[in-house]
Design a protein around this ligand. Structure first.
Ligand code: IPD
Length: 278
């Protein structure tokens, strides 16, 4: 176990992925209670008039931020609702306090809190913990680097996750999503129109974090979207790779492809061809 003495706190800090995972699950469970408490408070809009932010989004980010500061004051924090703190410990928390805000507003049962921890060591950054708590249905998806991906609900025993082994994109159930900007959607729609006749079918659940978990659990074969931010996909990426799948996320184009290991390459070829045809 890697123990580091932290100057600002008197107790020793446990930096192991399993200890950080325990903390992340605890923080996610507290936020799940906030989601369950319901109400939206004031509803504002962000990037476009259809991109909502509710009091629940901001309360949830504040709750997680306070919990991190109380337990790990030297860590960095980066979240959807504006928190961006540089730490000194080499660890950074990446938070989407409420992914699937539109679903939450409508009572559509697909929304989550997503928490990842990345570690930077000798110039290399890797994600070591990912938790996506499905706050509508109560499923908690989690992974610590090297320890597999798991799902549990309440007191249930955790179940190991495994991405599907399908290799033919023509038989793949593909999840996707759309941004809030009408121009971005027009481009996304064109690519999806190219892909739709070539795959088994398309699903659009409305939460990128959950879409990634659906790849990990085999509820879909793959997920592709151009537009998600790091906070949407950071935790889910580790959950997919720990479930034996493959993920790429290009932070400049904000394009994510997540799929089972045999499907990834042929699917990526199909996506690139569809994007190029426009
Ligand atoms: C959105 C959801 C959606 C995805 C969008 C995201 P938000 O996040 O994850 O499924 O298609 O790209 O922006 O706004 O609900 O936090």
């Amino acid at each position: 176990m890697n123990r580091r003495h932290c100057a600002n706190v008197s107790a020793e800090v446990d930096d192991s992925p399993t200890a950080l995972l325990e903390l992340a699950i605890d923080f996610a469970e507290r936020v799940a209670d906030r989601h369950a408490a319901g109400g939206t408070g004031d509803v504002d809009s962000k990037s476009s008039s259809t991109d909502p932010v509710t009091q629940v989004d901001t309360d949830s980010e504040q709750m997680i931020t306070e919990a991190i500061r109380a337990t790990r004051p030297n860590d960095g924090i980066f979240g959807e609702e504006g928190i961006d703190v540089t730490g000194t410990s080499g660890f950074r928390w990446i938070i989407d306090p409420l992914d699937g805000t539109v679903n939450y507003l409508y009572g559509f049962a697909a929304h989550a809190v997503s928490i990842a921890v990345e570690q930077t060591s000798q110039g290399e950054t890797t994600t070591i913990v990912g938790v996506v708590h499905d706050t509508a249905l109560g499923n908690v998806y989690s992974a610590a680097a090297g320890n597999g991906a798991w799902v549990h609900r309440g007191e249930q025993l955790p179940r190991l996750l495994r991405a599907n082994d399908v290799s033919d994109p023509g038989h793949a159930l593909l999840a996707t999503g759309f941004g809030y900007d009408p121009e971005v959607r027009r481009a996304q729609g064109k690519t999806i129109a190219q892909l739709l006749p070539q795959v088994r079918d398309i699903r659009r659940a409305g939460s990128a974090a959950l879409d990634m978990c659906f790849v990990a659990s085999g509820s879909v074969d793959a997920y592709y979207e151009t537009g998600p931010h790091l906070w949407d996909v950071a935790a889910g990426s580790l959950i997919v790779t720990e479930a034996g799948g493959r993920v790429t996320y290009d932070p400049d184009r904000r394009r994510v492809i997540a799929a089972g290991r045999y499907l990834y390459d042929p699917l990526e070829d199909m996506i690139v061809a569809a994007e190029n045809r426009g």
